[in-house]
Write a protein that binds this ligand. Structure first.
Ligand code: F6R
Length: 245
C-alpha cells in the first residue's frame, strides 16, 4: 500500500482529487467506484470545482456506488442516491444513466444483489474504487466478520455503524438497520483502490490496517493483499501509526 500523508482534511481532499482527475482525463472512458459518508465530500467538492474551472468531463465515466440503505427511496434525503445526486452528480456532466447505486427498495433483495454484481462485471469492472473506512474497519458496509469472498449482499448494520451515521438522521431510531453493500470480493476486483481517511476517530483503524493481521474481524485489512492501493490519510488519522510506515 502506498501511503500519502496530508496535513488535514482539505489537503487529503485536494490530493485525492488530483489523483482522480488525472485518471479521468487520461482515460477515454472509465468506471469509478464511489463511496458516501463524510470523508469523500471534500473530494467531490474539489472534483466539481475542477469540472467548472478546467472542464474535466465525466461524459464517458460510469460509476458504481458501494452501498445503499434498505427501505429508503431515491427521494429520501438520507438515501445514498440523494447524497450522490446532491453532492456530486448534479454538478458535473455525467449522464445519470451512467450512474449506478443498489436499490434500497428492491422487492427481491437477493436478485438485486446479483443484478448489481453482473452490471459491474458487464461494464468491464471498476478501474478506480474510492473507499472510506469505518472506525471498526468496515469498507462499504462490510462489517467485521464479513467473508472476504462475499459479493454484493444484504447486511445488518452494527449499532456502532448506526450510531456513527445517526448524525444525518433526526434520531438514532430512524437510522436503517439494513443495507445492500458491494462485497469484499467485489471491492478487491477493482483495478485500483484509493482509501481516504481523516480525523482522530480513525486512529485505531489506521493502526490496525498498517500494523495488524489480515483478518475478517477487521475487513479493511484485506486491502494489504491488493496490489494497487493508495491511502491518503491526514496527520490526525495517522498519529498512532509507527513512523517507519
Ligand atoms: C459509505 C461507505 C462507508 C463509509 C464509512 C466511513 O459509502 O462505504 O464504508 O466510507 O462508514 O464513513 P465516514 O466517511 O462518514 O467516516
Amino acid at each position: 500500500m502506498r501511503i500519502i500523508e496530508a496535513a488535514n482534511y482539505k489537503e487529503m481532499s485536494v490530493k485525492a482529487a488530483q489523483l482522480v482527475i488525472e485518471k479521468v482525463r487520461s482515460s477515454d472512458c472509465m468506471t469509478l467506484g464511489l463511496a458516501t459518508g463524510g470523508t469523500p465530500k471534500g473530494l467531490y467538492e474539489e472534483l466539481i470545482l475542477d469540472h467548472r474551472m478546467n472542464g474535466t468531463s465525466y461524459q464517458c465515466v460510469t460509476t458504481f456506488n458501494l452501498d445503499e440503505y434498505i427501505g429508503l427511496s431515491k427521494d429520501d434525503p438520507n438515501s445514498y442516491y440523494q447524497y450522490m445526486y446532491t453532492n456530486f452528480f448534479s454538478h458535473i456532466d455525467i449522464p445519470l444513466k451512467n450512474t449506478h447505486i443498489p436499490s434500497g427498495q428492491a422487492v427481491d433483495v437477493q436478485a438485486e444483489c446479483k443484478r448489481y454484481d453482473s452490471q459491474v462485471k458487464d461494464s468491464g469492472g471498476i478501474d478506480l474504487q474510492i473507499l472510506g473506512i469505518g472506525e471498526n474497519g468496515h469498507i462499504g458496509f462490510n462489517e467485521p466478520g464479513t467473508s472476504f469472498s462475499s459479493g454484493t449482499h444484504l447486511v445488518e448494520l452494527t449499532s456502532s455503524t448506526r450510531e456513527a451515521n445517526a448524525r444525518y438522521f433526526s434520531s438514532f431510531d430512524e437510522v436503517p438497520r439494513q443495507a445492500i453493500t458491494m462485497g469484499i470480493s467485489g471491492i478487491m476486483k477493482s483495478k485500483e483502490i484509493l482509501l481516504l481517511v481523516s480525523g482522530v476517530s480513525k486512529q485505531d483503524a489506521m493502526k490496525k490496517l498498517f500494523e495488524g493481521q489480515v483478518t475478517e474481524k477487521f475487513p479493511a485489512s484485506i486491502l494489504n493483499e491488493h496490489g494497487n492501493v493508495t491511502v491518503i490519510a491526514d496527520t490526525d488519522a495517522l498519529k498512532l501509526v509507527k513512523p517507519s510506515r
